[in-house]
Design a protein around this ligand. Structure first.
Ligand code: ADP
Length: 482
C-alpha cells in the first residue's frame, strides 16, 4: 500500500504539481473516496463471506447434534444403547468431524474411530473450562474448530455429554487466501483508478493552465494578437475563455487609446516648447544686461525645457514604434567606424576616457545609422552616468558567424537581478538614491530596445551590483556581395 502511495506522490512530483493546487486536491479527494468506497465494499464482502462460511458449518453441527439421540435409538439393537451410540458415532464421523461422549464421571465412553482419548484435539478441548452448547468457533493454536457439547439422554436414560467438533482450518485458509486475492485486486484497482483520476483531472485542468500561460505571457505589445484558442473544453471553461478574450480585446482597445493619447500630447506639446526654447536661448544670447540671478534662472529654464523636449521626442518615438509607424532607413553600415565615432564623441562631451576594442575585420550590419548611433550614445551615456570618474568605460565590437555584437561595459554601480528584468520598461528607474539623483527619464532603455528590435536585433544586459554592467547590442551580420 505504501509503495502504491509513494508511486502516486512520485507521479505528482514528476508532473511538478504543487500540493496546494486544485488538481492535487481534487485527485486526492477522489482517490480517498474511492479507497474508502472500494475498501468498504471489499471489507464488507470479506466479512459476509466469513459469516456465511461459519454459519454453514454451525448449521451442520447443530443439525447433527439435534438428530443424535434419535439416531442412537434407530441403531440400537434390542435396547442396547451402547451399540447404537457406537454405530451413530461411526456414521456421523468424518475426517473433519469428531464426536465423543463422556460419562457423568468424566471418562470417554465412545468416540470417533479416527481419534483416541490421548489425541491432542480431545486434550485441547478438555482444557476448555466450558464447552458451548450452541456451535461456536474456537481456536486451538493454529487450528479453528466449530465446537459444541450437550447432555445426551436417550429413552430418559442419561448417557453423559456428547461433544461434536468440526475442523474448519482448511476452509478458513482457503477463505483467507481468497480474501488476500480480493485485497490485492482492490489495491490494484485503487492504483489504476488513482492514475486514471489524476490523468483525467489533469486533462480537465489543461485549458485553465493554457489560460494562465497566455495571461502570464501577454505584454502590452502583443495585447492585440493575444487570444486564447480552446477547441475541446467543457462549456464552463469555454465561457471563461470567451470572457477572457473579450477582456483582452477591451484592454487592447484602451491601451491603443492611451498610446494615441501619449503620441498626440507629445506631438502637441513639442511644438510650443520648441518655440519657448528658442525664445529662452535667444534671450540668453542677447541679454547682455541680465543680472546673475536672471541669467541662472534662464539657464535652468533652458535646460529643463530641453530635457522636456527630449522626453517628448522619446515618447513620440515610442508611440510611433508601438503603432508600427517608426520607419527605419536600413542600409549596410560598417560598425567599426560607427563605434569609433561614438566613442570619440562621448569622450569629448563627457571628458571621460572610453576604451575601444574592435574586431580585426570589418563588421557590417544592415541598420538605420542614426537610430543605432542614438542607442549607442544612450548606452555610453548611461555607462558614464552610473560609474565614477576613475572607473573605465569600454566599447567592444565583436563578430560571430551570424551576428555582430557591440558591448558597452562599465564598472560602475551595476544593477541587481530584481531590477534587471524590468530595466527595459518605460519610466522604470532603479529606485535607489544613487540613481535617482542622476538626471534622466527612465525612457532611454525602453527606446533603445524598441529601436534595436525594429532593426531585427536584440539588446541584452549582464550586470552585478557594485561590479558593473554590460549592455550588448546584437545585430545580424550583413555580408557584402562578392
Ligand atoms: P535614465 O534616463 O534614467 O538613465 P534609462 O532607461 O536609460 O533611463 O535607464 C533606466 C534605469 O536603468 C536608470 O535609471 C538606471 O537606474 C538604470 N541603468 C541604466 N544603465 C545603467 C548602468 N550602466 N549602470 C547602472 N544602472 C543603469
Amino acid at each position: 500500500m505504501s509503495r502504491a502511495f509513494r508511486g502516486v506522490i512520485n507521479y505528482f512530483t514528476n508532473q511538478r504539481i504543487s500540493t496546494s493546487s486544485l488538481q492535487f486536491r481534487l485527485t486526492l479527494e477522489l482517490v480517498v473516496l474511492s479507497i474508502m468506497g472500494l475498501g468498504g465494499v471489499a471489507f464488507w464482502a470479506g466479512w459476509q463471506m466469513e459469516q456465511n462460511l461459519v454459519y454453514a458449518h454451525k448449521q451442520t453441527l447443530e443439525y447433527i447434534a439435534m438428530g443424535f439421540p434419535d439416531r442412537i435409538k434407530l441403531y440400537s439393537e434390542m435396547g442396547m444403547l451402547e451399540v447404537g451410540l457406537e454405530r451413530t458415532i461411526n456414521k456421523v464421523s468424518t475426517s473433519g468431524l469428531l464426536v465423543w461422549v463422556k460419562s457423568d464421571r468424566g471418562n470417554i465412553v465412545a468416540h470417533s474411530p479416527s481419534m483416541d482419548s490421548s489425541s491432542p484435539a480431545i486434550l485441547d478441548m478438555d482444557s476448555l473450562a466450558q464447552v458451548p452448547a450452541k456451535p461456536s468457533v474456537v481456536r486451538f493454536g493454529d487450528r479453528y474448530v466449530v465446537l459444541c457439547g450437550n447432555p445426551l439422554a436417550v429413552n430418559d436414560r442419561a448417557l453423559g455429554m456428547v461433544y461434536l467438533s468440526l475442523d474448519i482450518t482448511e476452509d478458513r485458509q482457503k477463505f483467507n487466501s481468497a480474501l488476500s486475492r480480493l485485497l490485492l485486486v482492490s489495491m490494484l484497482t485503487i492504483v489504476i483508478l488513482t492514475i486514471a483520476i489524476a490523468r483525467r483531472i489533469r486533462k480537465a485542468m489543461q485549458p485553465l493552465e493554457q489560460m494562465s500561460q497566455v495571461a502570464s505571457a501577454i505584454s502590452a505589445d502583443d495585447l492585440k494578437q493575444a487570444q486564447l484558442q480552446l477547441h475541446r473544453a467543457p462549456d464552463e471553461i469555454l465561457g471563461l475563455a470567451t470572457a477572457f478574450n473579450q477582456m483582452l480585446f477591451r484592454l487592447s482597445g484602451s491601451w491603443e487609446q492611451q498610446r494615441q493619447f501619449v503620441g498626440n500630447v507629445s506631438h502637441e506639446l513639442r511644438t510650443p516648447l520648441t518655440i519657448v526654447l528658442g525664445y529662452l536661448q535667444s534671450l540668453l544670447r542677447r541679454g547682455t544686461n541680465l543680472s546673475a540671478y536672471q541669467k541662472q534662472a534662464l539657464e535652468t529654464a533652458t535646460a529643463e525645457t530641453e530635457r522636456t523636449i527630449r522626453m517628448l521626442q522619446d515618447l513620440l518615438d515610442l508611440a510611433r514604434a508601438d503603432s508600427g509607424n517608426l520607419h527605419f532607413r536600413l542600409n549596410p553600415i560598417m560598425l567599426n567606424t560607427l563605434v569609433m565615432e561614438v566613442a570619440a564623441m562621448s569622450q569629448k562631451v563627457s571628458n571621460r576616457k572610453i576604451a575601444v576594442s574592435i574586431a580585426d575585420e570589418d563588421v557590417f550590419t544592415c541598420a538605420d545609422r542614426d537610430r543605432l548611433q542614438q542607442v549607442l550614445i544612450n548606452l555610453v551615456d548611461n555607462a558614464i552616468k552610473y560609474s565614477s570618474m576613475e572607473q573605465s568605460v569600454d566599447l567592444v565590437l565583436e563578430k560571430s558567424e551570424k551576428y555582430a555584437m557591440i558591448h558597452v561595459c562599465d564598472r560602475g554601480i551595476g544593477i541587481s537581478l530584481q531590477h534587471q528584468n524590468r530595466i527595459f520598461e518605460r519610466f522604470y528607474r532603479v529606485d535607489e538614491s544613487m540613481t535617482r539623483s542622476r538626471d534622466g527619464t527612465g525612457l532611454g532603455l525602453a527606446i533603445a530596445k524598441s529601436l534595436i528590435e525594429g532593426m531585427e536585433g536584440r539588446i541584452t544586459l549582464r550586470s552585478k551590483p557594485n561590479e558593473g554592467s554590460i549592455f550588448t547590442i546584437i545585430l545580424p551580420v550583413w555580408n557584402p556581395p562578392l
